[in-house]
Design a binder for this molecule. Structure first.
Ligand SMILES: NC(=O)C1=CN([C@@H]2O[C@H](COP(=O)(O)OP(=O)(O)OC[C@H]3O[C@@H](n4cnc5c(N)ncnc54)[C@H](O)[C@@H]3O)[C@@H](O)[C@H]2O)C=CC1
Ligand SMILES: O=C(O)CCC(=O)C(=O)O
Length: 323
């Protein structure tokens, strides 16, 4: 019996044919997303009719999508964050949702450091201006020796902290689980959010998007930050109130920001797009050849495991035990 697998991420298999070959070698019917971007709910419902497996990126995998697929056996997330997936609807049907933790950690951490430097030294603006024939010598601020707040000390937050050791920064850490051994290793300490907002020159976000973290950085928090603060968000757009961020940057409550993730992608807010003191990237945190290959392999293996009746890796939702 041939299974229908719907594969939506454009970059799946882009770095190497190996992830696609894993699926093809099983004789599955593979349906790709031809739009070249994550799918909205109705687009996914139309593409996925009759699917046995969804291999998705940051597409809208809502309750309606899950409910529209009576044959669905697995939702394999190509990536880490599962905030775009209706976990409850999947659990009710006994459908495992899997993800690929760890394999894109280094890629996102590298980008977070790159964005800190890019905003602080205005690299993006300086590049643009030099290529336009100007010779405007932009005045920047230093990352070396500054105070950095890391919100979320899971895999990516830790990788950022380790990279920052070379910059000899003071590290202030925040997480619901405090790991004093890790804090000691990186020479940092856990602090509460008001202390971090009041002291940090850089604040880097590495929390998952969930009800407890949605809108974490709003007007009150931005006003509590130092006028020199730079906010970097490589996690999820929903962590930051973008309207409040626009005001904070326009009215110079803080020095600058960088966003790799947005409340709605791609972002359309003209004011946000036009600000001089913000660097924007199109959700490329995980987009290195190395990470994309490993996300592809792991997400394909998780599909195959479930369809072959085996236990997949990294199931993120509760599956009720059969009574
Ligand atoms: N820009 C991009 O392309 C990518 C973005 N991401 C985003 O980065 C996030 C973090 O990824 P990882 O570090 O791999 O995840 P992780 O699960 O290893 O780390 C998340 C950390 O957040 C902490 N946390 C969760 N809820 C909290 C709360 N309410 N208060 C305080 N701490 C809380 C957890 O204890 C954990 O230490 C993902 O959820 C995803 O949204 C991940 C990969 C690529
Ligand atoms: O780019 C993707 O499709 C997924 C990367 C991501 O945001 C994640 O791993 O959570």
């Amino acid at each position: 019996m041939s299974f229908k697998i719907v594969v939506t991420p454009r970059s799946f298999g882009a770095a190497s044919p190996r992830p696609m070959e894993l699926l093809q070698n099983k004789g599955y019917e593979i349906v790709r997303n031809s739009l070249g971007r994550p799918l909205k709910e109705m687009e996914l419902i139309r593409l996925a009719g009759g699917a046995d497996a969804l291999l998705v990126g940051i597409d809208e995998v809502t309750d309606r999508v899950v409910d529209s697929l009576p044959n669905l056996k697995v939702i394999s997330k190509y990536g880490v964050g599962v905030d775009n997936i209706a976990l409850g609807a999947a659990s009710r049907r006994g459908i495992p949702v899997t993800n690929t933790p760890g394999v894109n950690t280094g890629a996102v951490a590298d980008l977070a450091i790159g964005l800190m430097l890019s905003v602080a030294r205005q690299i993006s603006a300086a590049d643009h201006s030099t290529k336009n024939g100007e010779w405007k010598r932009f005045m920047g601020s230093s990352l070396y020796g500054k105070t950095v707040g890391i919100l979320g000390t899971g895999k990516i937050g830790r990788a950022v902290a380790k990279r920052l050791r070379g910059f000899e920064v003071e590290l202030l850490l925040y997480d619901e689980f405090k790991d004093s051994v890790f804090a000691g290793e990186v020479g940092g300490r856990y602090a509460d959010l008001p202390e971090i907002y009041g002291k940090a020159d850089f604040i880097s976000l590495h929390l998952p998007l969930m009800p407890a973290t949605g809108g974490l950085i709003g007007e009150k928090e931005l006003r509590a930050m130092k006028p020199d603060a730079i906010v970097v968000n490589t996690a999820r757009g929903g962590l930051v109130d973008e309207k409040a961020l626009v005001r904070a940057l326009r009215e110079k409550w803080i020095r600058g920001a960088a966003l790799d993730a947005f409340a709605a992608e791609p972002p359309r807010d003209e004011e946000l797009l036009g600000l001089p003191n913000i660097v924007l990237t199109p959700h490329i945190g995980a987009y290195t050849e190395e990470a994309v290959l490993m996300m592809g392999m792991q997400s394909a293996r998780n599909v195959i495991a479930v369809l072959e009746g085996k236990q997949p890796e990294n199931v993120v939702n509760e599956i009720p035990k059969p009574s």
